[in-house]
Design a protein around this ligand. Structure first.
Ligand code: ZN
Length: 202
């Protein structure tokens, strides 16, 4: 009679258990950590492309900490290594930053990115804009453009510094960029919100 047993919630292949808090959730809400036999022992596999033994965890400080200290990650590493939760948090942040940069460069190739205050202002004037990203240390024109973007219903987020955002686009400094593609904007915002949550002091 096995055939009549319905597939339970547990069997849905898109669901995984968080190795930290233990709750079952959609796979896409979790980050896969690959556990290897040698240093650095843990790698972050955002795209779920790496082979090997892995555990999944919410990209949250509390879940990463409990996974590393006593949960599924600690068990997977038993006898091999101890990994500091902070180093996993840093690795996860780096991977989300890399993904965000990849998304922004694909937006740029698709001409769906305005770079710098002048380009952002003209795009907003043309009623274009799905996500405005400002460097945390941008002032003045950054504030003004953020207000204009909000008035248009465009999401806003902060990321990095003028120097670090500039570095990503081959400039010495960059205070503001604007994504004008809704799908890319949503995916970038997702990365930035995880980065922010993992970078906050508790
Ligand atoms: Zn969790």
């Amino acid at each position: 009679m096995l055939g009549v047993m319905g597939r339970s919630e547990r069997d849905r292949p898109s669901r995984r258990m968080c190795a930290g808090c233990g709750s079952r959730t959609e796979r896409d809400d979790l980050v896969r950590l690959v556990v290897g036999p040698s240093a650095p022992f843990v790698a972050v596999d955002l795209g779920r492309r790496l082979g090997g033994r892995g555990v999944s965890v919410h990209p949250k400080k509390a879940c990463i900490r409990s996974a590393a200290l006593r949960g599924g990650l600690a068990r997977a590493l038993r006898g091999v290594a101890q990994v500091e939760p902070e180093s996993i948090e840093r690795m996860v942040v780096q991977q989300f930053e890399r993904r965000a940069l990849g998304l922004l460069s694909s937006a740029q190739r698709a001409r769906s990115l305005a770079v710098g205050a002048d380009a952002v202002r003209s795009a907003l004037k043309a009623n274009k804009g799905d996500l405005l990203i400002r460097a945390k240390d941008s002032r003045g024109r950054g504030d003004e453009l953020a207000r204009a973007a909000t008035a248009l219903g465009c999401a806003t987020a902060t990321w990095g510094t003028k120097a670090s955002v500039g570095d990503a686009f081959g400039r010495s400094e960059l205070g503001v960029i604007l994504v004008t593609d809704r799908g890319i904007a949503r995916a970038v915002l997702d990365c930035l919100s995880h980065i922010e949550a993992l970078s906050e002091d508790e």
